[in-house]
Design a protein around this ligand. Structure first.
Ligand code: NAD
Ligand code: GLY
Length: 378
């Protein structure tokens, strides 16, 4: 098992990466403090893994040494657990889903020391984490990511939230988990397309600040696609380590953390404009990475060679690199204007100087953005 610390003072937590961790309660049970736990999952993940997590919760004694008892068994239930199954997919990452989690917490009688266990991909993690941030102004939650994307990115760092019809992730809160438990065994059931989408966020990490990792991804693309456990562990650990450092230095995105959104302003606009139906989040990010690199080259910030190298790697990983037909540059630009990173009506984008070197660029010229989407020189 690999462990990485996210050092946030009293809110520090551990990311554990390994096979079989869901059933290995001793490695995470101490993160759950009170007498109520709500497992939140989705319709694909729950049938595969919710019972395993539930059993592990009951099989391992509470930190006090008292054996856990299921509600209704024995005289005084010491530990109450419920499972909520949400509809799967980005189209359901909204306030309705958050309401469902809050209703389930109310039914459970969850007190301030209750814990939400997010079992699933980034969608479940974002919804469940946001509900945990809202219930009684903030209760504990633990992330059990089951997609590669959630393991390399979304489960770490405490960004939680849901989409609004006007745009992606517009409603949310910073709320750090108590622990992140990445069980690699769950990746065995992840569809290939979802695995590839997760690799897009790993490529993003390399693009931002780790040229060596970029070269490693180029060298290990086949091993990653073949789900080689050593390769996946290295990729996940490298991404988590990198993200932990950024979050420790800039938890609330006053500066550096915005770099983690390289490619995302374009990607989010593509996702919103296509109604979250045509592309997975990671696929939209892959296209966004290409557009950000192209725009950087067109603005003279970086060479074309690195943009081509990026495109080649994404293509090798089976990811899309072109804006879907039917999306006009004007429509995408309109969506980009609502991005959270913008300031005072001006586009604020994450661009790069080349592989491993991203930076925040203020007031980017909209004509250049349109040209990059159209793939034309301004
Ligand atoms: P997802 O949660 O929709 O999961 C992808 C699909 O795979 C779903 O259908 C899910 O049911 C299924 N699935 C999950 N695990 C499985 C498994 N082990 N076996 C079989 N099927 C499984 O999508 P995602 O790609 O994990 O996450 C994308 C979301 O993450 C987006 O909403 C994005 O905005 C968010 N995100 C958040 C952050 C953050 O910092 N909070 C960072 C990056 C992305
Ligand atoms: N995925 C962007 C962030 O966590 O800040």
């Amino acid at each position: 098992m690999t462990s990485i610390e996210v050092g946030l003072g009293a809110r520090r937590y551990t990311i554990r990466i390994g096979s079989g961790l869901l059933g290995d309660a001793p490695s995470w049970r101490d993160a759950i403090r009170g007498g109520h736990a709500l497992i939140v999952s989705d319709g694909n993940v729950a049938p595969l893994y919710a019972q395993r997590l539930r059993d592990a919760l009951f099989d391992f004694p509470l930190p006090s040494g008292e054996g856990a008892r299921r509600t209704g068994e024995g005289s005084a239930p010491a530990f109450s657990v419920d499972t909520l199954v949400l509809a799967a997919g980005e189209a359901h990452k909204n306030l309705d889903a958050v309401s469902k989690v809050l209703d389930a917490l109310a039914r459970l009688g969850a007190t301030r020391d209750a814990c939400v266990l997010a079992l699933g991909g980034g969608v479940v993690g974002d919804i469940a984490g946001f509900a945990a941030a809202c219930w009684m102004r903030g209760i504990d939650f633990v992330q059990f990511p089951t997609t590669l994307l959630a393991m390399v990115d979304s489960s770490v760092g405490g960004k939680t939230g849901v989409d609004h019809p006007a745009g992606k992730n517009l409603i949310g809160a910073f709320h750090q988990p108590r622990a992140v438990i990445a069980d690699l065994a769950t990746l065995a059931t992840l569809p290939d397309r979802e695995l590839r989408a997760g690799l897009a966020e790993a490529v993003k990490t390399a693009c931002i600040g780790d040229a060596k990792f970029f070269a490693w991804l180029e060298a290990h693309a086949d091993a990653l696609l073949a789900r080689d456990v050593a390769a996946l562990t290295h990729a996940i650990a490298t991404c988590c380590d990198f993200k932990a450092g950024v979050v420790e230095r800039d938890e609330r995105e006053a500066g550096e953390r915005a770099l983690l959104n390289f490619g995302h302003t374009f990607g989010h606009a593509i996702e919103t404009a296509t109604g979250y139906a045509a592309l997975l989040h990671g696929e939209a990010v892959a296209i966004g990475l290409v557009l950000a690199a192209r725009l950087s080259a067109q603005l003279g910030m970086a060479g074309e060679r690195d943009a081509q190298r990026l495109q080649n790697l994404l293509e090798r990983l089976g990811l899309p690199v072109a804006v879907p037909p039917g999306l006009t540059p004007d429509a995408l630009l309109a969506r980009m204007r609502l991005d959270k990173k913008n300031r005072a009506h001006a586009l604020r984008l994450i661009l790069w100087r080349g592989i491993g070197c991203a930076e925040i660029v203020e007031a980017v010229d909209e004509t250049a953005v349109l040209a990059a989407i159209l793939d034309e020189r301004p």
